[in-house]
Design a protein around this ligand. Structure first.
Ligand SMILES: NC(=O)c1ccc[n+]([C@@H]2O[C@H](COP(=O)([O-])OP(=O)(O)OC[C@H]3O[C@@H](n4cnc5c(N)ncnc54)[C@H](OP(=O)(O)O)[C@@H]3O)[C@@H](O)[C@H]2O)c1
Length: 239
């Protein structure tokens, strides 16, 4: 690959990485960059079409995939790049009148509950000592303090819930894994299928660049930053 991959030197030499949502725009870029890192010992991409397959709305599939991965040793870095914003039957709501419970439930299942279930089943895969990372892709629009535009009820609410889930899991994981770093990350506006209906792709960040920046942020964080909500440039986003 032509990407300049950051070397994740804050992780142990030969570190093992897992990317969930590996078929997505950002997920694929994470896999390619990690594969290009000579310091990385191996990358496993998971998703609905991988073997083992993992659907974040299907807890048994998460448990089964986690068991397969854990059987061959600890996971030093898990990046959750799953998420939904629209599908064939729904677009983000512009007004209160377009709020639909089914869209809210779908968004929460995928964007908030799914990543929390990943933490549930994968936290014990993180090594007891030494830096390890559980990073989930959130979105700045999940910030309550930063919300001035309104709209996008289901996506905003589900990402705010994801942020709370991540923060709560970070507190718990720190008790047994004091060197672990749990992060909610905002990638910027990135040219992927998720953002495709909104704005000009040419004005968006390329997935490889967004993933490269986020890996640099991850590499630069130690346990003092666990439970943070960070943008692609490493700055904290208000909850
Ligand atoms: N792109 C942006 O501008 C932007 C901005 C802010 C935040 N984000 C966040 O970044 C993350 C990645 O987004 P992206 O832009 O790369 O979107 P994307 O290209 O649409 O990729 C989304 C990924 O999520 C997976 N996924 C969806 N539902 C799933 C499920 N139930 N189980 C397992 N995997 C599932 C998809 O798998 P399939 O291939 O099986 O559908 C795909 O791999 C999301 O959390 C998104 O909210 C993106």
């Amino acid at each position: 690959m032509a990407h300049t991959a950051p070397s994740m030197t804050s992780l142990p030499s030969g570190y093992r990485a897992v990317v969930v949502g590996a078929s997505g725009g950002l997920g694929r870029a994470f896999v390619e960059l990690l594969e290009a890192d000579a310091h990385c010992g191996g990358v496993t991409g998971l998703g609905r079409n991988s073997v083992p397959s993992l659907d974040v709305t299907d807890e048994p599939s998460i448990a089964a995939a986690a068991a397969v991965l854990k059987a061959s040793g600890p996971v030093d870095l898990l990046v959750d790049a799953t998420g939904v914003l629209h599908d064939n039957s729904m677009l983000p709501e512009k007004t209160l009148d377009s709020v639909r419970p089914t869209a809210l439930v779908w968004s929460f299942a995928n964007n908030a509950i799914g990543p929390l279930l990943l933490a549930k089943h994968f936290h014990s895969a993180l090594p007891r000592r030494g830096k390890s990372v559980f990073a989930t892709l959130s979105a700045r629009v999940g910030s309550i303090a930063d919300n001035r535009l309104g709209g996008w009820y289901a996506y905003r609410m589900s990402k705010a819930a994801l942020n709370m889930a991540l923060r709560t899991a970070a507190v718990e994981i720190a008790r047994k894994r004091p060197d672990a770093v749990c992060l909610a990350l905002h990638p910027g506006t990135v040219a992927t299928p998720l953002s495709a209906p909104f704005g000009d792709d040419g004005a968006k960040t390329r997935p490889e660049e967004a993933a490269r920046r986020l890996l640099a942020v991850i590499d630069g964080c130690d346990a003092s930053r666990t439970g943070s909500f960070l943008a692609y440039d490493g700055t904290e986003i208000p909850w």
